[in-house]
Every structure is written in structure tokens, then in C-alpha cells.
Design a protein around this ligand. Structure first.
Ligand SMILES: *Cc1c(COP(=O)(O)O)cnc(C)c1O
Length: 415
């Protein structure tokens, strides 16, 4: 994309857009929630559908002129059903958070009870954080991971559920590196008469490709973001059984949103089509293989990984043992200087703060999109290790930055 027309109208924004494209080309995106959508997805997202009001659902809109919007939304829905094997799909949520809001609004009353994972252990704001609408609207109790193993403490979860008697149990996390036993969590929810919402925001692509356990057909509700491992542009999605379809659809519109972002739904449709190609399964398997290679090499360099490894697209590094004086922010800042972009993250049993925590989270979805394999990811682990070991040493950082330049030139992204 040239941004020529943006430049004519608004050079300041055109400069920022062009610089952002350069930034993405020239750095290694390792924020685990990020990915690079294809140019086909981005073209669809930049289409004339941004102009169209299509309140309602295909075939039952509140406005005229929706025939092409209907085509696009139907395609997105049908492809999503095929990708995840869902009975009913709503592709209108503007984001993953809006998808969760749709489920809560459909099934809960204000004051009802949510049982979810602590943010510090990998949960998400939209699972009941006090700063989020969920924390203000519902009563929230939390579970965590076993501090020794880093794995979900399913027994603690069952005990907490029995005591708290939640209306909904939420699974699915932002910084959990392991597979999830959705059946077991559904059992916990069933035992206490609660619904189960599985929020697979991070792992949508891995679940679609069958390289991570699927909650579809197990949990009552499944929500996701469409811009993370599934690479279909920014947005959200809800899946459920037919019996909840009308409630969920009414909660999204008119309950939580007005007109759907039809241009983003077009991006979802195109991205889902890409994900139905056999190559996507290879991609998703490579994402996981790459995360494992990255994690193992980091361990060889002495880093300690929460849970001792990964089954997914991300590793969570606890710096406290290997680098007790180094905070997650120190590491994040130094790595950004050399072009490795990841984020500081809390770790289970956090002893610092959410803003300057003790861990870093690193994911492989975006690197894998640009063609990285395991050997290249091992080298990235070497580079991370060099920088974190010597984050005040300008000459080390200069050398690593040069190597990052070479890697980003070798693994090209956008023209
Ligand atoms: C990313 C994420 C979301 C949704 O985020 P949005 O930014 O609103 O799309 C929801 N739940 C979890 C667990 C996440 O990691």
C-alpha cells in the first residue's frame, strides 16, 4: 500500500503509516498477541464497507442496501463454522473484549458471579478486573496456577467454584503457555450449575488448526480475537450452540453494539478463507515448534520458563532466578532498542508491580508468518540472551541490532 491518497490529504498521518510499515518490516514482532495480516486481509479492511450501516444480521437488517454486506457476513460465518466446527457463530464483535461482553450480557444479570483466572497468572482484563466493566458490574472471584508447576491448579479451581458458586466460569488466558483441559473445566462448571466461557483469544488459530485442544463443542460459549494467531484482522468472534444463538446475537446487537464494522468482517472472511487452506495447519504447527525451540534455547542460556516450557505459541520467562536485578521493563526496553519487540509481563507469584513486572512474554506467531523456522528462532533466543545479560552494553546492543537488520532483510514481510 502506497498511502498516496492519504498523503495528499494528510501528510502527517501518511508519514506515521509509512513509518509503521517500516517498523513492522524492520523489527521482530514477538508480542504474543500480535501477528501480520496478509495484504488481502488489509485490503478488505480498507474497503468501501466502512461506509455501510448494516445493523441487524444477514437477511434481517434495519437498513436498505445491505445485500453485499450480507454476502460478506454470511461468508465469514460459514467459514468460521467450518474452521472451528461451531454450531452458531457471531462475527460482529468489534474486539475480543466485546465478544466477552456479548456472552456476559446474554447470560448474566448485574451482580452475578464470574470465576476467572487472576490477571497476574495470565487472565485478561475482560474477565473481571476492577478497572474493566466486568469488575464493576459483576462479583468476581479468581483462581490461579500452581505456583510450583505453573500449570492451572484444577483442584483449587474446583474447590473455589464449590465455595463461590459462580454463574459463569471463564477459561482461556493471555499468558498461559500450556494446553488447557477444557473438559475438566466444563465439569467444574457443570458441578456448580455455572456456564463455561472459553476465551481462546490468543489461540484461535492454533485451535482451528488442531494444534491446541478445542473447547468448541465442550464449553457453553467460546470467544476469540480474530487478529492474533488466526491472522484475520482486528476484531472478535463468539461461538455457541444453537440453543444460545438468539440470546448471544441479541446481546451483541442491539445489546452491546450498534452497526457492525462490516469492513473488518470482510477482513475476517478473507482471513478465515486463508486459514482453511492446508498451509495454515503447517503454519500453526510451525508456530508451536518455533515457540518450543525458542524456549528450549532460552533455557540453555539459563532462563527460567514458567511451567518449564510451552505447548503453545508463547513462552513466559521469569527473570527472578537468572537475572534477579533485571526487571521485565529493563529487558523489554533494551530489546526494543535492538529491534526485538516483546512485552514485560507479570509472572505467577509476582513480587514487583504490574507496570514493572518480573517477566517477559515472547510469542512466535508473527515471526512464523514472516517465515522463521526453528533454527532462526534459536538464534533469536541467542540474541535475546545476549541483550538481557548485558543490557547496558552499547556495543553488544549494536551488534545484535545489526544481526536483527540482517534477519528482517532475509525474512521479508510487506513490500
Ligand atoms: C487479547 C485477549 C482478549 C481480547 O482483546 P481485544 O484487545 O479486546 O481484542 C480477550 N481475552 C484474552 C484472554 C486475550 O488475551
Amino acid at each position: 500500500m502506497s498511502y498516496d491518497r492519504v498523503r495528499e490529504t494528510d501528510p502527517a498521518v501518511a508519514d506515521a503509516l509509512a513509518s509503521e510499515r517500516e517498523r513492522q518490516n524492520d523489527t521482530l514482532a514477538m508480542i504474543a498477541s500480535e501477528n501480520h495480516a496478509s495484504e488481502a486481509v488489509m485490503e478488505a479492511q480498507g474497503s468501501e464497507l466502512t461506509n455501510k450501516y448494516a445493523e441487524g444480521y444477514p437477511g434481517e437488517r434495519y437498513y436498505a442496501g445491505c445485500e453485499h454486506a450480507d454476502t460478506v457476513e454470511e461468508l465469514a460465518r460459514e467459514r468460521a463454522k467450518e474452521l472451528w466446527g461451531a454450531d452458531h457463530v457471531n462475527v460482529q464483535p468489534h474486539s475480543g473484549t466485546q465478544a466477552n461482553m456479548g456472552v456476559y450480557l446474554a447470560m448474566l444479570e448485574p451482580g452475578d458471579k464470574i470465576l476467572s483466572m487472576e490477571l497476574e497468572h495470565g487472565g485478561h482484563l475482560s474477565h473481571g478486573h476492577p478497572a474493566n466493566f466486568t469488575g464493576k458490574t459483576y462479583e468476581v472471584e479468581q483462581y490461579g496456577v500452581d505456583p510450583e508447576t505453573g500449570y492451572i491448579d484444577y483442584e483449587d479451581l474446583a474447590a473455589t467454584a464449590a465455595e463461590f458458586e459462580p454463574d459463569i466460569v471463564v477459561s482461556g488466558y493471555s499468558a498461559y503457555p500450556r494446553d488447557i483441559d477444557f473438559e475438566r473445566i466444563q465439569g467444574v462448571a457443570d458441578d456448580v450449575g455455572a456456564y463455561h466461557l472459553a476465551d481462546i483469544a490468543h489461540t484461535t488459530g492454533l485451535v482451528a488448526a488442531g494444534v491446541h485442544s478445542s473447547p468448541v463443542g465442550v464449553a457453553d460459549f467460546v470467544t476469540g480475537s480474530t487478529h492474533k494467531t488466526i491472522r484475520s484482522g482486528r476484531g472478535g468472534i463468539i461461538m455457541c450452540e444453537e440453543e444460545y444463538a438468539d440470546d448471544v446475537d441479541a446481546a451483541v446487537f442491539p445489546g452491546a453494539q450498534g452497526g457492525p464494522l462490516m469492513h473488518n468482517i470482510a477482513g475476517k472472511a478473507v482471513g478465515f478463507k486463508e486459514a482453511l487452506e492446508p498451509e495454515f495447519e503447517e503454519y500453526a504447527q510451525q508456530v508451536v515448534d518455533n515457540a518450543r525451540a525458542l524456549g528450549e534455547r532460552l533455557q540453555e542460556h539459563g532462563f527460567s520458563l514458567v511451567s518449564g516450557g510451552t505447548d503453545t505459541h508463547l513462552v513466559l520467562v521469569d527473570l527472578r532466578e537468572s537475572h534477579p536485578e533485571t526487571t521485565g521493563k529493563d529487558a523489554e526496553t533494551a530489546l526494543e532498542e535492538v529491534g526485538i519487540v516483546l512485552n514485560a509481563n507479570t509472572v505467577p507469584g509476582e513480587t514487583r508491580s504490574a507496570f514493572n513486572p518480573s517477566g517477559i512474554r515472547a510469542g512466535t506467531p508473527a515471526l512464523t508468518t514472516r517465515g522463521f523456522g526453528e533454527e532462526a528462532c534459536r538464534e533469536v533466543a541467542d540474541l535475546i540472551s545476549r541483550v538481557v545479560d548485558d543490557y547496558d552494553d552499547e556495543s553488544v546492543k549494536a551488534e545484535v541490532a545489526d544481526r536483527v537488520d540482517e534477519l528482517t532483510d532475509e525474512y521479508t514481510l510487506y513490500d
